[in-house]
Design a protein around this ligand. Structure first.
Ligand code: AMP
Ligand code: MG
Length: 355
């Protein structure tokens, strides 16, 4: 199949809407990452998303809408969802809602709830409006690869597999939406994103964060969000996160880099802009400013994809404070590293035992 890459002209949007209505797949920009969309009410079309991505069938999709009326007959809106929809939609917040039989099992992997989001990106909104359908769309990457934040990333993964990619330039947030469960007791963040815990709590009070956001699932632990079970966002090379004071972290990164190079690895470090100069002989990759997790969010997936292109085998990274958007950054970085973390003190003084 030939894959067209088109600027979002009115003609291209009409073609994309027609493809969706015919049960075909279209990749389109959103404010979070690029989505791979299909008519959410057409089970065959939805199943072709799983094939194109190589996605496990038990990992449910997010249903994208452009107006709340589209939810009539598809879901029951939980009371807790209403003030959040009023405040954060359109935007990067996905809410779980009890669904009716009108939503195909293929979308929800048979779960009783469906994840719903109203994107704010103008091209996503125009596409959703002109096709007139709810659109099931996961990120437009091959399963296991970092999510695409540019049309070029989508083409890397989907060339020859889907008919059309709408090119809307780089995505603003750069990480996937916040997924919030408002169906069971205290609302719980299953996946952190651009709408932060702090922002949610201002509207609805206490919000918890699923344990597996910052650590691997424990043996026997049931994933509240099926996606958390899978290896994700991972470059081919091994990633190690280094925690500690600024001075110790920089020194530890240097040592780890040199030791890996000495062992024949192709090594690099991921660091904040402020530290790139101090690490200039360690193949530094700039994560953006230490004081702006939004900037790190916007760059992270592009940096991770670049590591594979350049063939790095040993990657050492600084970490961010897991607050605000920093929680989403640490979730993605943690998963890229398989949650492998070391303290800078341990690297510098291996005999030192931390209490
Ligand atoms: P993606 O479409 O790749 O952005 O991933 C969507 C995320 O939402 C995955 O982590 C899913 O496991 C999660 N998700 C979607 N629907 C549900 C649901 N009904 N219950 C729990 N998690 C869900
Ligand atoms: Mg994804």
């Amino acid at each position: 199949m030939q894959t067209k890459l088109l600027k979002p002209t009115p003609e291209a949007l009409a073609e994309a809407a027609a493809l969706l209505r015919r049960g075909e797949l279209v990749a389109f920009p959103t404010e979070t990452v690029y989505g791979l969309g299909a008519n959410a009410l057409d089970a065959d079309a939805v199943l072709s998303i799983f094939r194109a991505k190589g996605r496990p069938a038990d990992n449910p999709l997010i249903m994208h809408i452009h107006s709340e009326e589209q939810l009539d007959g598809l879901v029951t809106i939980p009371d807790m969802a209403r003030p959040l929809m009023a405040r954060f939609w359109p935007g990067p917040l996905t809410l779980l809602m009890p669904r009716t039989a009108a939503v195909p099992d293929a979308v929800t992997a048979g779960l009783a709830t469906v994840a719903v989001r109203m994107p704010s990106h103008p091209i996503a909104r125009r596409l959703l409006e002109s096709c007139g359908l709810p659109v099931a769309a996961p990120s437009a990457n091959r399963s296991g690869k970092p999510s695409p934040t540019t049309a070029a990333h989508v083409l890397e993964d989907m060339d020859g597999i889907i008919p059309l990619i709408l090119d809307g330039g780089p995505c603003e947030v750069g990480l996937e939406s916040t997924v919030l469960d408002v169906c069971h007791g205290t609302p719980c963040i299953l996946r952190p994103g651009g709408v932060t815990r702090e922002m949610l709590e201002e509207v609805i009070g206490p919000v918890t964060v699923a344990g597996s956001v910052l650590r691997p699932l424990r043996e026997g632990e049931v994933a509240r969000s099926p996606g958390m079970r899978y290896r994700h966002y991972a470059p081919e090379g091994a990633v190690l996160l280094v925690e500690g004071s600024e001075a110790e972290t920089l020194e530890a990164l240097r040592r780890l880099y040199r030791a890996a190079e000495a062992e024949g690895e192709k090594a690099c470090v991921l660091c904040f802009s402020e530290h790139a100069h101090a690490l200039s002989d360690c193949a530094p990759h700039d994560l953006g400013s230490i004081s702006c997790p939004e900037e790190t969010a916007g760059r992270l997936f592009d940096v991770l994809r670049g590591l594979d292109r350049d063939g790095y085998t040993a990657i050492f990274s600084e970490v961010v404070n897991p607050e605000g958007v920093g929680l989403a950054v640490m979730n993605r970085l943690g998963r890229a590293a398989g949650f492998h973390t070391v303290s800078a003190t341990e690297v510098l003084r291996p005999d030192h035992k931390e209490e």
